[in-house]
Write a protein of this length. Structure first.
Length: 199
């Protein structure tokens, strides 16, 4: 036979379970979702970017700008290399250490390709973000120097003055987060969309 004290504790525990499930399992998510939809709708819905009513991508995810054969398109700024092929469902890095021969070989190959694609002299410095992948493989931003190195190639492919393209780079440069975290960066998707908008 169950004692009165035991039944009282069991009913109190059950009541707490029901109240906390309702409050934290349903109430809290609904409140947070409601606030985010009211005040941060764009961010809460994935920072999606549209062009002419068509979904182009997300400002938070890197994507490739290539032709059907996978070759980079010269009229577009190219993003940081990706270890996962810009697959949002498979975010990740290659996890190769700095002394790993595979990483050294990959970086050397990317350096040569970057200089050739952007018509840079053989000894020209290459920004580190142009030859290394990010931890997620989906970094949407590149460094300002990387964008400036690509500007003459993009301008030539689009028959635009280099000054016009450089001005766009500076317009789409975002300063450090909170004014001091990280370096200024350029969002590749937004910059490329702005270029397309010049037509």
């Amino acid at each position: 036979m169950l004692s009165y004290g035991y039944l009282r504790q069991a009913s109190a525990s059950l009541a707490a379970l029901i109240v906390l499930t309702l409050a934290l399992g349903f109430g809290y998510p609904l409140v947070v979702t409601g606030i985010s939809q009211l005040f941060f709708r764009h961010q809460a819905n994935g920072s999606l970017v549209y062009s002419d009513g068509r979904l182009t991508g997300s400002a938070l995810l890197g994507q490739s700008f290539t032709d059907s054969k996978g070759n980079p398109l010269p009229q577009y700024f190219q993003p940081r290399p990706s270890a996962v092929g810009y697959n949002g469902a498979g975010s990740g890095a290659d996890n190769l250490g700095p002394s790993n021969p595979q990483l050294i070989k990959a970086v050397s190959e990317r350096e040569r390709a970057y200089r050739a694609f952007n018509h840079l002299p053989p000894g020209a410095a290459v920004p580190v973000d142009a030859v290394t992948t990010s931890a997620s493989g989906l970094d949407p931003d590149i460094s300002v120097q990387n964008a400036l190195d690509q500007a003459p190639r993009v301008a030539g492919a689009r028959h635009l003055p280099v000054t016009t393209v450089v001005a766009l780079v500076h317009r789409y440069t975002a300063g450090p987060q909170l004014g001091f975290l990280s370096e200024p960066v350029v969002n590749v998707l937004q910059l490329n969309m702005a270029l397309d908008g010049l037509r």
